[in-house]
Design a protein. Structure first.
Length: 481
């Protein structure tokens, strides 16, 4: 790697460290990450290390590759989010690095690509779609930005994607498919453009075939991981049922796709991301860059296929659109490059952008709390004092109670999920009504509110704590002796 790229990569890591440390709840500055998604991933990862078979013994709806990654992270540290934080810093750094390489395709002065990384980090890390840090969409941002860079080179400089780049994009597409296949929408756009470019524009079928071979090689290499696992565990039926059938036919909603557009606009219209996204498309069409049609097509396809499930209320879905804001960053940098004394302006803005997340991020409120003040640690102490071996989080996503208690789920449906699965409700109800676990935890609803017979349990603790701008009330039930 050239020295200038090494310097950029180092700067990307420093920038990533600053913004992830301040804005992500996985950071060592926070007592814990109390987001349900992250905790579910971590619980499944720990369960795999304890010998449970994915989907058959423990149920979660994301792709198997995600849980294999979390099993590795749990192997590094089961009792902290540090390994997740390190992975987050690394992936975010490469997102910024390839963003800077995109910038340099438009602005030769290296100084602006460095400042561009800070802007990109700022608009991403403080945004609402960033949520609590460590989302699947966030971890895959660098894959998208890398792919955009490769295709911009192809269109702007006519540098055809080489074998290594085709292989890498194939790997990234497979990662998306086996983590959350909705994320493949972006790669569908890339494949369609390659077919158009080589079949219609260049009529270069030989290069097309070679590109496809290397893409498929990368895709198949990653695909071997889940295939080998499910062959070894004899759980292919569970894989098909949970990851494919249930997600396609139970997880999706009947909300019309056209309603997604105003919803996403309303939710993001006040965000910096939305401003830069609009600026970016203005820039592409104002200067009539020849890549404008490709970017427009890729953006539209990514949006449509991502929101085709109708799950518009999950704000973090929008994060897949963030790499397209790089063109707005480029436009701003173009404007700044025309100003006098712009170096002084860039230094001042850089300092402000690096400091301000502490004051404007939606997550930093949690920094002021100690572990002992959180319901998760209070309940964990009660369960530990009672020498508890089993618990069940009833009704909805676990906000970190398995993590703080370090208990491995005994129930396949260890918490509620965003899926109307009758077997989940019936199994959890059976566990409570038959008294199969020592402790049961609910949030914002009591067991009676769920219309579950709670005669075998007594309420031993109740805690209220802020989460996502609301007050959450957690209830801890203990099995009667």
């Amino acid at each position: 790697m050239e020295k200038k790229n090494l310097n950029k990569l180092l700067f990307a890591f420093i920038t990533s460290f600053i913004f992830i440390t301040i804005c992500s709840k996985n950071s060592f500055l926070y007592p814990m990450n109390d987001w349900g998604d992250i905790n579910c991933f971590f619980t499944v990862g720990r369960s795999l290390l304890d010998g449970k078979v994915l989907y058959r013994d423990i149920y979660e709806q994301k792709g198997p590759l995600l849980y294999f990654i979390y099993a590795l992270l749990a192997a590094i540290s089961k009792t902290s989010f540090f390994s997740i934080y390190i992975l987050e810093v690394i992936t975010f750094a490469f997102f910024l690095f390839y963003g800077s390489k995109c910038i340099q395709l438009y602005i030769e002065d290296n100084m602006y690509s460095y400042f561009g990384m800070i802007i990109l980090a700022f608009i991403t890390a403080i945004s609402k779609p960033f949520v609590h840090g460590g989302s699947v969409e966030e971890m895959m941002l660098f894959m998208q930005m890398y792919s955009i860079y490769v295709f911009l080179k192809f269109i702007k400089k006519e540098e055809q994607p080489n074998k290594r780049e085709c292989f890498t994009i194939g790997v990234f597409c497979a990662c998306a498919f086996w983590i959350k296949y909705l994320a493949c929408s972006f790669y569908v756009g890339l494949v369609l453009y390659i077919l158009y470019a080589y079949c219609y524009k260049k009529k270069d079928y030989k290069t097309l075939i070679i590109s496809i071979i290397y893409f498929l090689f990368g895709f198949c290499l990653i695909t071997l991981i889940p295939i080998v696992y499910f062959v070894y565990t004899n759980a292919f039926v569970d894989l098909f049922t949970v990851y494919f059938y249930n997600n396609l036919f139970l997880y999706s909603s009947k909300i019309a796709l056209w309603t997604s557009i105003p919803y996403v606009i309303i939710k993001n219209i006040k965000s910096y991301f939305f401003v830069f996204l609009i600026l970016g498309f203005i820039y592409l069409y104002l200067y009539k860059w020849k890549e404008r049609y490709f970017i427009s097509f890729l953006f539209a396809l990514t949006f449509v296929l991502t929101y085709a499930s109708g799950k518009i209320h999950f704000i973090y879905y929008c994060l897949v659109l963030f790499p397209f804001s790089i063109f707005g960053v480029i436009y701003l940098l173009k404007i700044l490059s025309t100003m006098k004394k712009n170096k002084i302006v860039l230094v001042i803005l850089s300092l402000l952008l690096c400091i301000s997340p502490y004051f404007i991020s939606g997550n930093t409120y949690l920094m002021k709390y100690k572990k002992t003040e959180l319901p998760q640690y209070k309940f964990a102490k009660i369960m530990k004092d009672a020498d508890s071996k089993t618990m069940l989080y009833f009704g909805y996503l676990d906000n970190g109670f398995y993590y703080t208690s370090q208990l491995t789920p005994t129930c396949k449906y260890f918490c509620g999920l965003n899926i109307p699965l009758q077997d989940l409700k019936d199994t959890q109800t059976e566990y409570v009504e038959d008294g199969k676990v020592d402790f049961v935890i609910t949030d914002n609803k009591t067991l009676k509110d769920y219309e579950v017979k709670d005669t075998k349990y007594k309420l031993v603790s109740k805690e209220t704590f802020p989460f996502e701008g609301s007050e959450y009330t957690y209830y801890l039930y203990q099995l009667k002796k």
